[in-house]
Design a binder for this molecule. Structure first.
Ligand code: CP
Length: 308
């Protein structure tokens, strides 16, 4: 593994290896162990061209607990605002002896472009981690979601998992679908209105439901998605109330899933739009453990890329 750009194309063995590698790092994520020296002397650059709370912060925590030096480029005050290109920015940070770039960008493919550029300029010793590119992929979110499912449900091969909401604009959903199908989940359902589903989504090996109540029946895991309003330029947006009525996860709708079903959400949540507070804060929600597991999974990915 030189870069982590997408889950698509990674084998089941590789996904399992990443999840297994993350297990001992949960002790660091939970502060039972303060730090490990695996990335001592390495420089990790966080390049977030789009906003983030969880991903940026947990990457910083993960890198620091691996003893790396962490540089957070503030994009708003960087020379990107003066028109410096992504690739010129990459070259200049490479000249500062960077070892790893963690990249979030609104444009699908931006981390691929950087990886290709570093390869052609002989700088592909710098590892790139995609921290979310447009509507394409968010691989570490997909991995931490798989870690969470395995933690609570142990065996992927007996599960029915539902992904609910704005699949069309969601890089998280794409990464989740690739991970779940690769790890052997026999039934992956997507539940959404037709207008929020990409055409041909069935080709990814999922079952499509437009009726949320039908789709939730008997599922083991419910993975909620946010309405990605920022990616819907010009589209006719459903009102929050209309959307909540049909696709909001309420206590009543959750009762259709298995009684031991877990509820996940990558965050940020819009309470009262895709999820009711009683569910988000309820006994079946594992939304905050997802965040903590994210530290361990990101430590695992960085350690593996660095060959540590
Ligand atoms: N899940 C996720 O990517 O959250 P942030 O946008 O806060 O990083």
């Amino acid at each position: 593994l030189n870069h982590l750009l997408s889950i698509e194309g990674l084998s089941r063995e590789m996904l399992t290896r990443i999840l297994d590698t993350a297990v001992p790092f949960t002790e660091v994520a939970e502060r039972e162990v303060k730090k490990v020296p695996l990335l001592r002397g390495k420089s990790v650059f966080n390049l977030f061209f789009e906003n983030s709370t969880r991903t940026r912060t947990t990457f910083e925590i993960a890198a620091k607990r691996l003893s790396a030096d962490v540089i957070n480029l503030n994009i708003n005050t960087s020379s990107a605002s003066k028109g410096e290109t992504l690739l010129d920015t990459a070259d200049n940070l490479a000249a500062m002896q960077a070892d790893m770039f963690v990249v979030r960008h609104a444009a699908s493919g931006a981390p691929y472009l950087m990886a290709q550029h570093l390869a052609t300029t002989g700088q592909d010793h710098i590892h790139i981690i995609n921290a979310g590119d447009g509507r394409h992929a968010h691989p570490t979110q997909g991995l931490l979601d798989m870690y969470t499912i395995r933690h609570y449900k142990q065996d992927f091969t007996q599960l029915t998992v539902a992904i609910v909401g704005d699949v069309l604009h969601s890089r998280v959903a794409r990464s989740q679908i690739h991970a779940l199908t690769t790890l052997g989940v026999p039934e992956v359902r997507v539940i959404a209105p037709k207008t929020l589903l990409p055409s041909g989504i069935e080709r990814l090996g999922v079952r499509v439901f437009n009726d949320m109540k039908e789709g939730l029946r008997g599922v083991d895991v419910v993975m909620m998605l946010r309405l990605q309003n920022e990616r819907m330029q010009g589209a006719l947006l459903p009102s929050a109330q209309e959307y909540f009525k049909s696709y909001g996860l309420t206590v009543d709708k959750l009762a259709l899933a298995r009684p031991d079903a877990i509820v996940m959400h990558p965050g940020p949540m819009n309470r009262g739009v895709e999820i009711e507070s009683a569910v988000a804060d309820g006994a079946q929600a594992v939304i905050l453990p997802q965040v903590t597991f994210g530290i361990a999974v990101r430590m695992a990915v960085m350690a593996m890329l660095a060959g540590a």
